[in-house]
Design a protein around this ligand. Structure first.
Ligand SMILES: [Zn+2]
Length: 445
């Protein structure tokens, strides 16, 4: 189900997520962080002995290696499937038939597009159901990462699908209108309009969409909250911006993130993370998130994605013509402005994005590394930062040092081994070197 929605306007609809950890399992489906699984008891683990010196990067467990290997195959399979499915819609003429049906039902142009997109999304979701059921639900349970009930999984999946359809129906007519009116410049106008669209989505996601999936509230542990708010105050962030989310209803994994912008910008801590990390480790995690917040990473990400979208749309503009000219008979349409071209847009978009993925991931890793640096500079707590990453590796079944090829295409965050190494090494304050972000927060010690 994930894929169907992801696809809908991958173009216009990539929600930037600035998280602390790479999510276990596959990518997070836009429009929201749903579909992960769930948790219950967090196994108490003895605290690491208090000692000094560097924190060792643990070897991944046999279970983590298996989980990782399976995840790689699933990733490759989903990638291929994400290209084959829209191709099948096109080459069988199914897309053209859906357009005919939508035209008969909708009569008017606007409704035809909305109905087409609803039928297309539903069909894709049904076809992908076995895959998402296995990857999001069965497999996550097998590995103890999830405890989510089947009912919640179904509910969240349907909700994601519904939101995807509603948002697409509301906005997809815009690029199609531009395609009709401006066959030569539609890519430019669509790319530019994608920016306010992204901003709108990021603005409403924390207040309208996320609460449909999980419960949000203030921090429950008052003593911890006080310490976090002190840290936030040092970074110039208002305390009302810190939230706790009940992710334990979905997953055993650990994470935290920053999202929203303007009035809705906020830092969110998963309750699983609170349960599993020590207070000092949590403070480093919050330092990392505050780094995203203070360094304006959401803006940087939006700018970067907007450029990527523009380039991709231009590439689609340059390549779609000859594909349509060559296969118009089989496709059943002869212009990109025909809504039946939607799978072609998806196909080309996915293809070009796959090629651009290493650039995207490199950018993302750089941003995450900066947030780690900020977290270290504001807390100066190298040891707890490193042990937080060790727990992350263990609980999320992560691999500390993946193959470089995999890092290039899949790693949105620096591999945990590198993050732990950095936490061990980075202490400019000990040798009197200037801090990179010292001007962005108040000294607290
Ligand atoms: Zn982060």
């Amino acid at each position: 189900m994930k894929r169907a929605i992801l696809i809908i306007l991958t173009a216009l609809f990539i929600t930037p997520a600035l998280t602390f950890a790479v999510e276990p399992a596959a990518q997070t489906p836009p429009p929201t962080l749903s579909g992960e699984t769930e948790q219950a008891t967090i196994a108490p683990v003895p605290p690491p002995p208090i000692e000094s010196g560097p924190v060792a990067v643990p070897e991944p467990s046999e279970k983590a290696v298996r989980y990782h290997r399976g995840g790689l195959w699933i990733w490759l399979f989903e990638m291929a499937f994400g290209l084959l499915l829209p191709a099948a819609f096109l080459f069988t003429g199914l897309s053209a038939r859906i357009r005919d049906l939508a035209g008969r039902l909708g009569k008017r142009w606007f409704f035809t597009i909305a109905i087409y997109i609803a039928i297309f999304s539903l069909l894709s979701a049904v076809i992908e159901l076995p895959i998402s059921y296995y990857t999001d639900f069965v497999r996550e349970h097998e590995y103890g990462l999830s405890n989510q009930s089947l009912a919640k999984w179904l509910k969240d999946s349907l909700l994601s699908l519904g939101i995807g359809i509603v948002v697409s129906a509301l906005f997809l007519w815009v690029p199609y209108l531009l395609l009709k009116r401006s066959p030569r410049r539609w890519w430019l106008y669509t790319g530019l309009l994608a920016i306010p669209f992204l901003l709108l989505m990021i603005l409403v996601q924390p207040v309208w969409i996320d609460p449909l999936f999980n419960k949000f509230g203030p921090m429950k542990n008052q003593a911890l909250e006080t310490r976090i708010l002190d840290l936030a105050a040092r970074a110039g962030i208002e305390g009302s911006r810190v939230f706790e989310v009940e992710k334990s209803a979905d997953t055993n994994a650990l994470n935290a993130y920053v999202n929203g912008f303007g009035q809705t910008k906020r830092i969110v801590l998963w309750d699983t993370t609170i349960a599993r990390l020590s207070e000092d480790e949590l403070l480093f995690v919050m330092g990392h998130e505050m780094g995203h917040y203070v360094l304006g990473h959401i803006w940087k990400l939006i700018g970067f994605i907007a450029v990527l979208i523009l380039i991709t749309l231009y590439a689609i503009y340059r390549t779609s013509g000859w594909l349509i000219a060559r296969y118009r008979e089989r496709f059943g349409f002869d212009s990109l402005a025909d809504i039946a071209s939607f799978p072609l847009l998806i196909l080309l978009f996915s293809g070009f994005f796959l090629v651009a993925q290493p650039v995207m991931m490199t950018f993302n890793r750089a941003v995450e590394h900066d947030a780690d640096r900020f977290g270290l500079e504001i807390t100066r707590d190298n040891r707890n930062a490193a042990t937080a990453f060790v727990k992350l590796q263990q609980d999320n079944l992560a691999i500390p040092r993946p193959h470089w090829l995999e890092k290039m295409w899949r790693a949105s965050h620096p591999p945990l081994g590198e993050r732990i190494d950095f936490c061990n090494e980075y202490r400019p304050w000990e040798s009197g070197q200037p801090l990179q972000y010292g001007h962005l927060f108040r000294e607290g010690r």
